[in-house]
Design a binder for this molecule. Structure first.
Ligand code: ZN
Length: 246
């Protein structure tokens, strides 16, 4: 049985990443659903860490822009400022690493990895309705996705479409979901470095084969990250939102 540590949307937040790695315990490998950089103050440290861990990674939209493979015209002003800062910071070897990351879908040990969606790496899947077609067209039964920074996901059992609402308790106990072998799943581990589901704690998941998922939240030193962002001159809305998880 393999335990996969699933990370997404780390967004150059090393403090959150370190807290997640410490809380995750034992794992066999790391799967990463993209957006290693953008927004946060530690692009070199985060990319270096993921590379060292040997993470199986698909690229996110921020990685693509940071690597110079796309322009930032789809980004709002704050995101654009942050990605321009990021591009200037990144070491050449880490830029090359980002540049060679594959787009999803990528199959790994029976799991499908995408950043946004199967049909389009940049597509957001926020609702069950948006997930329906993706669940049908996914090349495997269990797809792992990110991009929305919302922990949870969707399932399709025959023609029954459902949403997984993760009730996280403040103590940090993981929410565990046993996967049914006849159901198709779209599972979002949530964002490590910039959660937007109202819970500011770093989010991640552990997937055991394609049979069991643990959804975790872990506290980290948000103020320390905010201080590094301010020192780097990153936009204030990006600094403030970390404390709210929005
Ligand atoms: Zn993201």
């Amino acid at each position: 049985m393999a335990r996969h540590l699933v990370l997404s949307d780390i967004h150059a937040n090393l403090t959150a990443l370190e807290a997640v790695l410490e809380a995750a315990g034992q794992w066999d490998d790391v799967l990463c659903l993209g957006d290693l950089v953008g927004y946060g103050p530690d692009p070199n440290e985060v990319v270096d860490r993921l590379r060292t861990l040997g993470a199986r990674t698909v690229r996110g939209n921020h990685d693509r822009v940071a690597a110079g493979l796309a322009d930032a015209e789809e980004f709002n002003a704050a995101a654009r400022m942050a990605i321009e800062w990021t591009r200037k910071q990144l070491r050449p070897d880490l830029l090359s690493y980002l540049r060679q990351l594959p787009p999803g879908p990528v199959e790994c040990d029976g799991l499908i990895l995408v950043h946004g969606a199967v049909s389009d790496e940049d597509r957001y899947v926020f609702t069950a309705r948006e997930a329906f077609e993706e669940l049908q067209r996914a090349p495997g039964r269990v797809t792992l996705f990110g991009h929305t920074h919302v922990q949870g996901g969707f399932l399709l059992q025959g023609q029954r479409l459902g949403e997984m609402r993760i009730e996280q308790d403040p103590s940090g106990t993981a929410a565990v979901l046993e996967l049914d072998p006849s159901t198709r799943y779209f599972i979002n581990p949530g964002s490590v470095g910039q959660p937007r589901d109202g819970d500011p704690r770093a989010a991640f998941a552990v997937v055991e084969d394609a049979s069991r998922v643990e959804f975790h939240r872990v506290r980290y030193d948000i103020a320390a990250v905010q201080r590094r962002m301010a020192a780097a001159g990153l936009p204030e809305p990006l600094i403030l939102r970390l404390a709210f998880g929005r």
